[in-house]
Design a protein around this ligand. Structure first.
Ligand code: ATP
Ligand code: MG
Length: 355
């Protein structure tokens, strides 16, 4: 049975990339699958405290991301919405995975290299171990599908590698306990406990780029406010950021192939396509040959039309933090039941004595 898991960090500056690349696609998946959507607050504290902002900021951002989930149309009754730290089994499983994953695997992670920057000696151990906690977030529910933006592809491959190594290392024990499913692994058949999770990546906004630099992903942590559209931006701010978005001086191409090697144009067309739930080819059919002076105002109007209702609903929800907290508490209780079921199995599989 498919089970969907995904998360967003409460690090502030929730942006159009988070919405189009992740949250909006979660809304569609809840029609067909059981879904668990998490505000990953333990991931949020991996950068320096001056960056994540401290306790008051973390609490504010956790509520804001939850409000964004709900305002975007995620149903917290039929699904599970909660903040990660409430369910201590994530961290518990992450420790086991720290002992399954190899240093070499984590050394290859580009997100760590990007976020640690030049001063790697001074990065937190948590930032380095981020992907093993992410694997635990997913596998503590034995989730089968994870809808994310393209930047998370490498972490999901690592999640599969961890699941595979755990299954192989403990195959005999998993079989003895009757907890496994027979699966082919190379030449042999092993008894697997964890599924090999599928990433769900795609659509025109799998990688929304910075509005200031078409070669960099739109990110919460970019110091330039003009680089991203935030979900909480007002109408004037959205219009201004799109008007000031970097472009080349050519009109839009009349064929989609013409977007190649024009990262800024490609990005704006991709954003438009995602906002109307269409594809780049359709947008080029309508706007091919037009100047940015025509396309940008159309894009700004569209972005405002789609985002303003979400921002309004976020403001409405944020006026009642008690309600948000109750949603997270209820979701956390339901998530804990599922996570503890997995952890009981994992403790038995590994050989940790328990009652
Ligand atoms: P940070 O820079 O702090 O890592 P972030 O913008 O990457 O912030 P996350 O909370 O790490 O936000 O990611 C939440 C989800 O949004 C993930 O599924 C991620 O793949 C997706 N996402 C992030 N940035 C983009 C983007 N530019 N385009 C599409 N999806 C994105
Ligand atoms: Mg990120």
């Amino acid at each position: 049975e498919p089970l969907v898991f995904s998360g967003v960090q409460p690090t502030g500056n929730l942006h159009l990339g988070n919405y189009l690349g992740a949250i909006r696609r979660w809304v569609a998946l809840q029609e067909t699958s059981k879904c668990i959507y998490c505000v990953v607050d333990q991931h949020a504290i991996t950068p320096p405290i001056s960056v994540w902002g401290g306790p008051a900021e973390l609490q504010r951002n956790t509520r804001e991301v939850t409000a964004a989930f709900l305002a975007s149309g995620i149903n917290a009754r039929t699904n599970i919405v909660f903040n990660q730290s409430r369910v201590h089994q994530h961290a518990e499983l992450a420790w086991v995975f720290n002992c399954v994953a190899r240093m070499g695997w984590l050394n290859r992670m580009t997100q760590f290299k990007d976020k640690a920057g030049k001063d790697r000696e001074n990065a937190s151990v948590g930032l380095f171990a981020y992907p093993t906690l992410m694997a635990a977030d997913i596998l503590v529910y034995r989730a089968t599908h994870v809808p994310v933006g393209e930047d998370q592809k490498q972490h999901l491959e690592l999640t599969r590698d961890i699941a595979q190594k755990f299954n192989t290392d403990f195959s005999d024990r998993i079989a003895d306990l009757g907890l496994g499913v027979d699966t082919p692994s190379g030449e042999e058949i092993i008894s697997s406990y964890f599924p090999l999770t599928e990433p769900v990546i795609g659509g025109p906004a799998a990688r929304v780029m910075s509005l200031r630099d078409g070669t960099k992903k739109m990110s919460k942590s970019d110091p330039s406010h003009l680089s991203r559209i935030n979900l909480t931006d007002d109408v004037d701010t959205i219009s201004k950021k799109i008007r000031k978005a970097k472009t080349d001086s050519e009109p839009l191409p009349s064929e989609i192939e013409g977007l190649k090697d024009r990262p800024e144009a490609d990005n704006l067309v991709g954003i438009y396509a995602a906002l109307v739930d269409s594809d780049r080819a359709t947008v080029i059919r309508d706007f091919g040959g037009h100047q940015f002076s025509t396309f940008k105002p159309a894009l700004a109007d569209l972005a405002v039309e789609k985002l303003a209702p979400i921002a309004a609903e976020m403001r409405r929800l944020s006026a009642d933090p008690g309600y948000i907290d109750a949603v997270l508490k209820d979701g956390g209780e339901r998530a804990s039941v599922l996570a503890e079921k997995t952890m009981r199995d994992v403790r038995d599989i590994v050989g940790f004595l328990q009652n």
